[in-house]
Design a protein around this ligand. Structure first.
Ligand code: TYD
Ligand code: MG
Length: 452
């Protein structure tokens, strides 16, 4: 068996036969790691994967996937997936440690049945979590394994009751098809073909390759958990995101309850859908009225609090923006934004200074978004500006007022998308005054609402 060695960048996945201190592709330093690959084994695997036997197929004869989607009955999850899990598809669920990835997928698995491959926790630990979630687990098998070849070899053979029909084509007689496989997590897997440690780019890529091949050839969907690094990137190479069919991202503040599930990529559905969950003692619960969740802790009639309406996917969502302006002791006053874009915050402070002559130059300014949400759209500009101003002037906004609109450099309020939908949602939740770009034309006009 021939083995050859190459150097793989742990940052971008670039592969080269030669070592460099600096990756020629992404420019990162000290990221190339030697990876040994045994050629012979790899080719057999390729053969097994049926790559050579793939044939062109008539488009009209290609099976329509919509009908076959597996529904978890977990509405928010199914919707984010584009209507359920497509057989043979591979989905990556990424998120910070401790955010609820294992919990979410165990819920999903309990509804559909299948195999839970745990590289992080023992079978007992998985059992404990299941118990806490009220899952008896009769339709789930647990496999504590980290060797990807070992995992792939049992995929068609695992026992739990199959929920789907069997077409029998690739499942050997006597074997029950597993409806679904969960891998927890990709960073713990390693292939016997490679030398690198579990979690290295080479191992992650190789493990993903084998899992994807197994999913496709056996028509079994696989959901893979992936951790995220401090910088927010999915640990391991970007290539992982390109390899899988769907990439989901679960986020939220670890110590707040709300969890938001987003699609970053979906070959089988829209990418703008968002699912909202609440972490409770018995696991992740779907949230029927997300706006109410994000406003539940709001203190009314306090300066610095402004409610805005953002769009999460296609849904309007009410959130509270808090602003705090306090005299600074520093030569360079602080501007700290949590959940808002830092540059946007700087810009809004500058606009307030210039257009409304508010002397914020000697004030520290803090802005926070409720519930650990991150806002990237400029529609929250007006609310951010107003929250800062409200704190500065020490005047509260009427608690039944919602505010949205982009703020331009001239202090003008600019129109944004889905204004009617946002206004409707605000009215639905009992907000009687909606300061939208149609009503509030510029910052000067909006300040009146702070003066009572
Ligand atoms: P977990 O799913 O283990 O996160 P991840 O797989 O993303 O690392 O969940 C982590 C946290 O969620 C854990 O700190 C405890 C909390 N939790 C609950 O609040 N309620 C529950 O029912 C469960 C299972 C976990
Ligand atoms: Mg986990």
């Amino acid at each position: 068996m021939k083995s050859h060695s190459s150097f793989v960048c742990q940052q971008c996945g670039y592969e080269t036969p030669q070592w460099y201190g600096k990756c020629p592709n992404c420019g990162e330093w000290n990221t190339l790691v030697e990876t040994v690959r045994e050629e012979g084994k790899r080719q057999t695997e390729n053969g097994k994967r049926g790559i050579q036997s793939a044939k062109p197929q008539k488009l009209s004869e290609v099976k329509h996937i919509e009908k076959n989607r597996l529904k978890s009955g977990y509405g928010e999850f199914d919707r984010v997936m584009g209507g359920g899990i497509v057989p043979g598809s591979v989905t990556l669920l990424a998120g910070d440690p401790g955010i609820g990835k294992s919990t979410l997928l165990l819920h999903v698995l309990s509804k559909i049945g299948g195999m839970y491959v745990s590289g992080e926790e023992s079978a007992e630990q998985v059992k404990l979590r299941a118990k806490r979630l009220g899952i008896d687990g009769a339709n789930i098998s647990v496999f504590a394994e980290t060797n990807v070849e070992g995992i792939v070899s049992v995929i068609p053979a695992t026992e739990p009751e199959s929920s789907g029909k069997e077409d029998g084509s690739r499942v050997k007689p006597g074997m029950t098809r597993v409806p679904l496989v969960i891998i927890d997590s990709i960073q713990t897997l390693s292939s016997s073909d490679l030398d690198g440690m579990a979690g290295s780019v080479g191992q992650i890529r190789r493990s993903a390759e084998l899992l994807i091949a197994a999913a496709k050839s056996r028509s079994i969907p696989i959901l893979i958990i992936g951790h995220v690094t401090k910088e927010g990137a999915i640990a391991g190479p970007k290539v992982l995101e390109h390899m899988v069919d769907t990439v989901l991202y679960i986020e939220g503040e670890r110590f707040a309850n709300a969890r938001i599930l987003r699609t970053l990529k979906n070959r089988f559905g829209p990418v703008e859908e968002v699912g909202i969950f609440e972490m409770a003692d018995e696991g992740l619960k779907e949230v029927d009225n997300p706006s109410a969740l994000f406003l539940q802790d709001r203190v009314k009639n306090v300066p610095g609090s402004v409610v805005t309406v953002i769009m999460e996917g296609t849904r309007p969502l009410l959130v509270e923006i808090q602003g705090l302006a306090v005299p600074s002791q520093l030569a360079m006053p602080r501007r700290v934004g949590s959940g808002v874009d830092y540059n946007r915050l700087q810009l809004l402070v500058a606009i307030l200074q210039k257009r409304l002559n508010v002397p914020l130059g000697t004030f520290d300014i803090f802005v926070n978004v409720s519930g650990g949400l991150k806002i990237s759209e400029p529609s929250a500009d007006l609310a951010i500006a107003l929250a800062i101003l409200s704190s500065f002037k020490n005047k509260a906004l009427d608690p039944k007022t919602a505010v949205f609109g982009e703020v331009g450099l001239l202090g003008e309020v600019r129109s944004i998308g889905s204004e009617d939908r946002r206004s409707k949602e605000a009215k639905r939740l009992g907000f009687t005054t909606v300061l939208s770009p149609k009503i509030a034309r510029n910052l000067q006009q909006v300040t009146k609402y702070l003066d009572g």
